[in-house]
Design a protein around this ligand. Sequence first.
Ligand code: CP
Length: 318
Amino acid sequence: MARNLQLNEKGELQHLLTIEGLPREIIVRILDTAASFVGVTEREVKKVPLLRGKSVFNLFFEASTRTRTTFEIAAKRLSADVINLNISTSSQSKGETLLDTIDNLAAMHADMFVVRHAASGAAHLIARHVAPHHHVINAGDGRHAHPTQGLLDAYTIRHYKQDFTRLSVAVVGDILHSRVARSLIHALTTLGTPDVRAIGPQTLLPTGVESLGVRVFHDMREGLRDVDVIVMLRLQNERMKGPLLPSAQEFFKCYGLTAEKLAVAKPDAIVMHPGPMNRGVEIDSMVADGRQAVILPQVTFGIAVRMAVMSLLGGGAA
Ligand code: CP
């Protein structure tokens, strides 16, 4: 269902809603296209005309620093017109439905909707509703999916480690509430990563997480042994219903990434975090700011990856 909705009749990307079920060749094309845009983002004149005359509407119903801003930068670098709807002052506060809002923006000749929403499935709902010439990009829906984050994480891993088929990757922490973890795991398994590990307490792992193709570890030192990549996740207190942990201090003791725990991984292992980080909760500042951290390059690569996704929608001009 999701895959059909995402691809047009020619098998091209119509919407980007989830990485689950996305063909490997489309993921690779996005990563390769992003690589070509990294050069653009490093030039003095950082613009290309691929989306000239197109209107991109950023609809962020949930807070964001990195995703909203890098989508705006990416769209502007593709020469699109960008409209950031201020949700708090929009007519949503007067009871307008999500789909009525979309219809009104479509009447303003929107071409693309970039949507973040607390409800899982919101971007799918919009994609099912809009006319065929509109494109929808999921910028994070509930705990379901955050496909451009999964893609920029995959891009970062490929940049530093090249070959997915030789890697051990550990995803650590609050996997239960993490759309980022789900999207990255789908990307890694589709790209042939042989060893993906999910590390966390039982209460923060989804039931049946093994079915995603990961190995589960509750002991962090055991799980980090000899890995090439460590992806730390934020403890998402705002999505927790009831206490799932004794305390943040106890969580840090067992699952916080410290220099001592990092030493168990390969000496050249990279440390990633999608942000926002909770220093001293899931990651120690010494590690977050240390030589193995690639957390800020992840953000920078996000611009090129989002340029790639937007430029490839509907068959693309790239
Ligand atoms: N990684 C991520 O989605 O960050 P923001 O919530 O700041 O967009």
